[in-house]
Design a protein around this ligand. Structure first.
Ligand code: FHN
Length: 436
């Protein structure tokens, strides 16, 4: 197929060379949707329900697989909701730890096409994403509670790695490694261009060689060979080897500063839930407010990262009202302020932000954005601006209020912050209290 990896002598070198280019869209887009969907949506109380409640496979199959028939599954609605929220890429769990495959795989009957639903779920999903200009990512679990040869199951007290090998010596991790590769080959060969892989997750093990159990290196090589420009996260435990991952993934966590490897800042994305659970959870009441989610997005970008915000569709296949409400609110904010998110990153050193505010900065346009997280009842001091910034734009109500320097700022003028300026006083006019 003429791709760089199959031909190149050293695919690892090529993948390092190619990294900056393949990461461009991701660094620009900043905001994506995670979707956790599987049989666990039926019990509707967490995607780890099978493991947490030690539900044996036959029971799990009878109660959930045999009833799976998502009559409200319309992926074009999912894609439209993501797009309207201002999200630019969508990552769907093709297979989570339960081992249930959303695609019509030849590797296992434990898949959507063998349920009462009777069809492949991935094909219409990728088509809907492409129609909405969304980049496509697959989440792929290397943990697989369904597969009998998955022996290194530290997540399953009855099948932990020490006992498993002795008790199941006839089993064979080679079978499991081949199974993973056969599944990955289907996902990366049968659905057109796939932009992103979210691996989840191998354990490094005491000797740090845990990734060999999965043949993580072989998985990465296959992915880069089948989809040369695919980007992938760091969850196959290949250490700091730059060919093995493209971005770091702090989970449900906000780093203080941009993560580093060997002292160098690296691309990173925090994946976050609305409510705590990744899978649909009917009774969870710890839902973050829309304002908290908007502030989270701003904070992530102000630290040079991406936000992958998760939705757990119901067993019938729709996004519930709680999720839709927040996505629509974020979309309203993004319609006015996405230029302070897309293509932005942390502000140059030396800018001291005002209280209760965050800074994002677009290096291409050299625009600094001051996000006010509280209504500005007082004159704002932006002390110590040293960087050369052409002008600041405060956006609200579809209009762009621009400021000239000093307090004579009037609507429509440009504020000029130039190098060497000591304190820049910005009098913000009294505007509607929803200014962000
Ligand atoms: O165990 C999974 C969990 O269910 C969820 O998929 C998250 C999402 O990043 N990943 C693992 C926990 O880190």
């Amino acid at each position: 197929t003429g791709n760089v990896f199959a031909q190149s002598k050293d695919w690892k070198e090529k993948s390092i060379e190619n990294k900056e280019e393949r990461m461009q869209w991701w660094k620009n887009d900043r905001f994506g949707m995670f979707i956790h969907w599987g049989l666990y949506a039926l019990p509707a109380r967490h995607e780890w329900v099978q493991q947490r409640e030690q539900i044996d496979h036959d029971t799990y199959k009878k109660k959930y697989f045999d009833l799976f028939n998502p009559d409200l599954y319309h992926p074009e609605e999912w894609a439209a909701a993501a797009k309207e929220a201002g999200m630019k890429y969508v990552v769907l769990t093709a297979k989570h730890h339960e081992g249930f495959c959303l695609w019509d795989t030849k590797t296992s009957d434990f898949n959507a096409a063998k349920t009462p639903y009777g069809k492949d779920l991935i094909k219409p999903f990728v088509e809907a994403c492409r129609k909405n200009d969304l980049k496509i990512g697959f989440y792929f679990s290397v943990i697989d509670w369904y597969h009998p040869d998955f022996l290194i199951d530290n997540t399953h007290p009855l099948r932990n790695s020490k006992d498993a090998r002795s008790k199941n010596k006839d089993k064979n991790m080679d079978v499991f490694r081949k199974y993973l590769k056969d599944q990955l080959r289907e996902l990366l060969s049968n659905y057109g261009k796939i932009d992103l892989l979210f691996w989840d997750f191998s354990y490094p093990g005491e000797d740090g060689k845990g990734h060999q159990d999965w043949d993580s290196e072989g998985l990465v090589k296959m992915a880069r060979t089948l989809q040369p420009n695919i980007i992938m996260n760091d969850r196959l435990d290949l250490g700091s080897d730059a060919w093995g991952w493209d971005y770091k993934t702090p989970e449900q966590f906000m780093p203080q500063t941009s993560p580093t490897v060997n002292g160098v800042k690296v691309p990173w994305e925090t994946c976050q839930t609305f409510s705590g659970s990744w899978g649909y959870h009917r009774d969870e009441n710890t839902w973050k407010s829309s304002n908290q989610l908007i502030a989270m997005l701003i904070e992530v970008v102000s630290k040079g990262g991406n936000l992958l915000l998760n939705v757990g569709p119901t067993a019938r296949g729709n996004f519930d009202d709680r999720a839709m409400e927040r996505l629509q609110e974020m979309g309203k904010w993004m319609r006015l302020n996405s230029k302070a998110i897309y293509g932005c990153t942390e502000a140059p050193a030396g800018f001291n932000k005002p209280d209760n505010s965050m800074l994002t900065y677009n290096p291409k346009t050299n625009r600094l954005y001051v996000h006010l997280l509280q209504y500005p009842f007082k004159t704002l001091y932006l002390p110590g601006f040293k960087g050369k910034v052409k002008y600041a734009q405060f956006l609200h109500d579809n209009s762009e209020i621009k400021y000239s320097s000093r307090s004579s700022a009037k609507d429509g003028e440009h504020m000029t912050i130039t190098a060497g300026e000591n304190d820049l006083i910005v009098d913000l006019p009294v505007v509607k209290p929803d200014v962000q």
